[in-house]
Design a protein around this ligand. Structure first.
Ligand code: NCD
Ligand code: ZN
Length: 346
């Protein structure tokens, strides 16, 4: 039986680091384990220009523990006013890796997102020309579309038409939650891919709603039925280059989660690698963990795989903290609902 596994140092291709005291408190939870992460730009106000991204990257680097080595891969938040030349300059300088498309109102801090997708066509054409990937939050926001259908409807009504208009654009479907997402993401290798979160590999919608409402399992896109979770596990553990890890670790202080109108977001940075090792072991696919967490992401983004390594060792249950204290308040760590036996040991 395998009880040690060594993989190239993993990266997180979808991460929320926030700002200020929260950034200070939670950044080490990621930089302890991950070499790089795609940093989501949904601050308030959002990171929309090259100057915003420069300043945010500097704040992240200033918050980094001196003994951690971590590279934030910055993103710009696309708005209907994004200037294609500012975006291209930010990409050419190496500052910014990708741009993020939020449909307006789709999720936390997305009010400045895009309402009319035709308005960003020139920006998307510029991105296709310079090889800059677009990361997309793939949910429609129409009030008449059921929240559990919003991802599948987005693929048909928005994403597929958009990709036909700009066929050379590289697209990452962020945090897919459905079998339709799994299927569509694999339909154009090298041009299209998807990130999958740790928590969507572990919970389905029953975990949120059965036996009392569990605000710490509420995130967007919301977890779906069990058959969708099984499709996500099959995709992640297949080793297929169309799928890679994006934790979507998204901290909110407990009072904002445990609230009559609680925020969306699951915080999983602290225990993601232990959770994933457990999921991959249960699927008899530990050998594919390196592809999912360390190789497929850099391959899609055209970056080198880390030459550093991470070792996980199986043993007694890991003593994970329930919460991470920050200067803004406590943040609850994702509870997978089962014991974790895989320790990050190197
Ligand atoms: C994210 C957040 O809190 O910023 N929340 C979430 O539920 N995933 C935003 C996002 O990625 O949709
Ligand atoms: Zn996110």
């Amino acid at each position: 039986m395998t009880d040690t596994i060594t993989i190239p140092r993993p990266d997180d291709w979808h991460l929320h680091l926030r700002d200020g005291a929260m950034l200070q408190g939670i950044l080490p939870e990621t930089s302890r384990h991950f070499g790089r992460a795609i940093i989501m730009p949904n601050l308030v106000p959002p990171v929309v220009t090259r100057a915003d991204a420069t300043a945010y990257r500097d704040r992240i680097m200033a918050a980094l523990p001196t003994d951690h080595s971590f590279t934030p891969l910055m993103t710009l938040y696309l708005t209907e006013d994004t200037d294609p030349s500012d975006l291209a300059a930010a990409h050419a300088s190496g500052l910014v890796t990708a741009a993020k498309l939020y449909p307006a109102g789709a999720t936390t801090n997305s009010a400045s997102g895009v309402r009319d997708f035709d308005k960003i066509q020139p920006v998307l054409e510029k991105m296709a020309e310079i090889g800059m990937p677009m990361c997309v939050h793939g949910e429609v926001t129409d009030a008449d579309i059921d929240i559990f259908d919003r991802e599948a409807v987005f693929i048909d009504r928005v994403l597929d038409p958009l990709r036909r208009k700009v066929p050379d654009l590289k697209v990452v479907m962020e945090h897919i939650t459905t079998s339709q997402g799994v299927e569509y993401a694999a339909s154009a290798p090298g041009k299209l891919a998807a990130t999958i979160t740790t928590h969507h590999l572990i919970i389905n919608r029953n975990h949120i709603l059965v036996g009392g409402i569990k605000p710490h399992y509420y995130c967007l896109p919301v977890a779906k039925r069990e058959d969708h979770r099984l499709a996500l596990v099959k995709a992640a553990t297949s080793g297929n280059g169309s799928y890679f890890l994006g934790t979507d670790s998204a901290p909110h202080i407990d009072p904002l989660k445990e609230n009559a109108c609680g925020c969306a977001g699951v915080f999983s940075a602290t225990n993601t690698m232990s959770c994933l090792a457990e999921v991959f072991e249960q699927a008899d696919a530990l050998a594919q963990l390196a592809n999912f967490a360390s190789r497929n992401g850099p391959a899609f983004y055209g970056l080198p795989v880390s030459d550093d390594t991470m070792t996980l060792t199986k043993g007694e249950p890991v003593n994970m903290p329930d919460k991470i204290a920050t200067g803004d308040g406590a943040v609850t760590v994702f509870d997978p609902g089962f014991a974790l036996h895989w320790h990050v040991t190197g």
